[in-house]
Design a protein around this ligand. Structure first.
Ligand code: 13P
Length: 249
């Protein structure tokens, strides 16, 4: 049975209080599509006001620390995200892996901390351009998964997002066939790791230049259970068509 589609917006370092109007419009539109799960991951400063403004709609963090508390200036634990109203968090985004030197082991520890705290997790993987050009993308991504998937039962609370780095914010996307091949490989890894039932139920999102124009094609690919959307999630005008595309499948 196909998994429910999961459409998640990652606002990255964008969005102040004025942007709550967009979140409200997105949540309202999403409520009309009960067959699709939708969520927004705003900057940490906006989690509490957004959760308050869009009650019943899922709001998440973009990262969390592996430790529950302590002397970690500038960091946010999974428990603090939850206290602010988050029900999920992204971990291992390439902008964290690359910009902040996060290793697979660090990402795994974050995922485990978030899941044991009770947050749903979206764990990101994806290859850089040169790895794709060298035809090593699949091995690279599977290796990332080996090192960063948490050793706890997955299923509905864990999603993997395949985000090829060269497709993020560039307007470039892999072909539908490339996405199909990569998502099938990720599915195989999830089944190896968590068994046939939970491995099949763990959603695999595609991310990287998803828009209302390409959502129907990308979301229609086998083993694409949703999308992780950056730029096109910042406004209702751009994000709602992606939710609608998922609902129409
Ligand atoms: P874009 O949709 O802007 O390419 O960003 C993708 C992304 O990084 C989502 O996490």
């Amino acid at each position: 049975m196909a998994n429910r589609k999961y459409i998640v917006g990652n606002w990255k370092m964008n969005g102040d209080h004025a942007a709550l109007a967009e979140a409200k419009a997105i949540a309202q539109a999403a409520a009309a599509h009960a067959g699709v799960d939708a969520a927004l991951c705003p900057p940490a400063t906006l989690i509490a006001p957004m959760a308050e403004a869009v009650k019943g709609f899922a709001v998440g963090g973009q990262d969390c620390h592996a430790e529950p508390k302590g002397a970690f200036t500038g960091s946010m634990s999974a428990g603090l995200l939850q206290d602010a109203g988050a029900t999920l968090t992204i971990v291992g985004h390439s902008e964290r892996r690359e910009g902040f030197g996060e290793s697979d082991a660090a990402v795994q520890a974050k995922a485990l901390a978030a899941m044991t705290t009770g947050l749903d997790v979206i764990l990101c993987v994806g290859e850089p351009k040169n790895v794709r050009e060298d035809a090593e993308a699949e091995a690279y991504v599977l290796n990332q998964l080996d090192g960063s998937l948490p050793d706890v039962a997955a299923g509905r609370t864990l999603a993997v997002a395949y985000e090829p780095i060269w497709a993020i914010g560039t307007g470039l996307t892999p072909t539908a066939d490339d996405v199909r091949v990569m998502h099938a490989a990720i599915r195989g890894k999830l089944i190896d790791r968590y068994g046939p039932e939970l491995g099949a139920a763990t959603r695999i999102l595609y991310g990287g230049s998803v828009t209302g124009d390409n959502a129907t094609e990308l979301l229609g690919v086998d083993n694409v259970d949703g999308a992780l959307v950056g730029g096109a999630s910042l406004t209702a005008a751009k994000f709602v068509p992606i939710i609608e595309a998922a609902a129409a499948l």
